[in-house]
Design a protein around this ligand. Structure first.
Ligand SMILES: [Zn+2]
Length: 217
């Protein structure tokens, strides 16, 4: 299982140190300077949601913020704007909203290798590594995309499910038997990706699969 263990690189640790030194107390969303140790300002009381029971294969969904305005801005800066250090306050915001998240370990939703090459990093893995430090759980990179799927945004809702069905698989030797797994991604959209990951994990013997995401669309 150690084959699949994800740990932060030294570069990642340095980025975090820089972030906390340079931006000790700015609102996560609008970047206004804050007085206290809160994560975001009173103007940015982002729409939050309770944990939900998602049907089909995903158990609990822990996704505190609605994917709109400032929340979408944070995700874009994190994913496309090079602000990888945002993973830390994003993880803190999730765990502050849901203090009772539990499971055996974290598994990031994988990017297809081609997209990983384009983007240079898997945002879900970065978020998972920050959650790992707060929840004190290991992160295992045990899922893989078996084929490249069309970009979900380009498809009609009903096409999205068929686009993704069967796209995820378990890496050889990744042992999930009887485990309670916490899937991690930056956004939860239709749930098709999460559902397909959960299906693969449950078929491989996992006991339960919940989903953690920063935002829900
Ligand atoms: Zn703000």
């Amino acid at each position: 299982m150690t084959n699949f263990l994800l740990t932060k690189s030294r570069a990642g640790r340095f980025a975090n140190l820089l972030y906390t030194t340079i931006y000790p107390s700015k609102c996560l969303f609008c970047r206004r300077v804050l007085d206290g140790a809160e994560l975001y300002c009173s103007n940015c009381q982002a729409t939050t949601a309770d944990m939900e029971h998602y049907t089909e294969h995903v158990g609990w969904l822990y996704a505190p913020f609605a994917y709109e305005s400032e929340v979408a801005g944070v995700v874009h800066r994190f994913k496309y704007g090079g602000a990888r250090a945002l993973a830390k306050p994003m993880a803190q915001a999730i765990c502050t909203h849901f203090p009772d998240i539990y499971g055996d370990f974290l598994v990031p939703v994988p990017l297809h290798p081609n997209r990983l090459r384009q983007r240079g990093f898997n945002q879900a893995a970065h978020l998972a590594m920050e959650l790992s430090e707060i929840l004190n759980l290991p992160v295992f990179d045990g899922l893989e995309r078996l084929r490249e799927t069309a970009k979900q945004f380009d498809l009609a809702r009903e096409q999205r499910m068929t686009n993704l069905a069967g796209a995820m698989g378990i890496k050889t030797g990744f042992d999930v038997a009887e485990k309670h797994i916490l899937l991690v991604d930056d956004i939860f959209t239709t749930g098709a990706t999460a559902n397909d990951c959960a299906r693969a994990l449950l078929e491989a013997g996992a006991k339960q699969v919940d989903m953690i995401a920063f935002a829900r669309a």
